[in-house]
Ligand binder design. Structure first.
Ligand code: FES
Ligand code: FES
Length: 163
């Protein structure tokens, strides 16, 4: 079946088997390998991408279900060679070690900041709840929480001309 979607602002159309998972569409058809593939059973959260701004697990979403939707992967965060603040935050706060969970954590953090009514006032509980669908074997999550908070503060400062 022909499946078309926007990935990071570019239209992709491919003839695929109806059973193809979105994670495989992204990695094999669109050739974007930043989205990782781990458990394949919706447990690890490694494969999270944004669909119309909301985090979803692309290992348990059919490519056909993304037909006509806007998908954002970790590659879509950076703009014109400038890291998104959430990416910068992970760098500043040393929020990764092996990096396997990182793309999913970054897009999840991006969605949390975008959807929170007052990102600089996010509680640790809110951040931890938002990333609870993702498993990180390395960091203990503390620095991931700090990175998301760093990005929220950075964007708030930028909005008032403070950076
Ligand atoms: S690969 Fe999708 S949740 Fe683990
Ligand atoms: S940095 Fe290794 S799994 Fe999270």
């Amino acid at each position: 079946m022909l499946v078309s979607m926007s990935i990071n602002g570019q239209t992709h159309s491919h003839d695929v088997e109806p059973r193809m998972l979105l994670v495989h569409y992204i990695r094999e058809m669109a050739e974007l390998h930043g989205t990782h593939w781990g458990c394949d059973t919706s447990n690890c959260g490694i494969c999270v991408v944004l669909m119309d701004g909301d985090p979803i697990k692309s290992c348990t979403t059919l490519a056909a279900m993304a037909e006509g939707h806007e998908i954002t992967t970790v590659e879509g965060l950076e703009k014109n060679g400038v890291l998104d603040p959430i990416q910068q935050g992970f760098h500043e706060m040393h929020a990764l070690q092996c990096g396997f969970c990182t793309p999913g954590m970054m897009v999840t953090g991006r969605a949390l900041i975008d959807q929170h009514p007052n990102p600089t006032q996010m509680t640790d509980y809110e951040i931890r709840e938002a990333i609870s669908g993702g498993l990180c074997r390395c960091t203990g999550y503390v620095n991931i929480v700090k990175a998301i908070r760093w990005a929220a503060a950075y964007e708030a400062a930028a909005a008032t001309g403070g950076n």
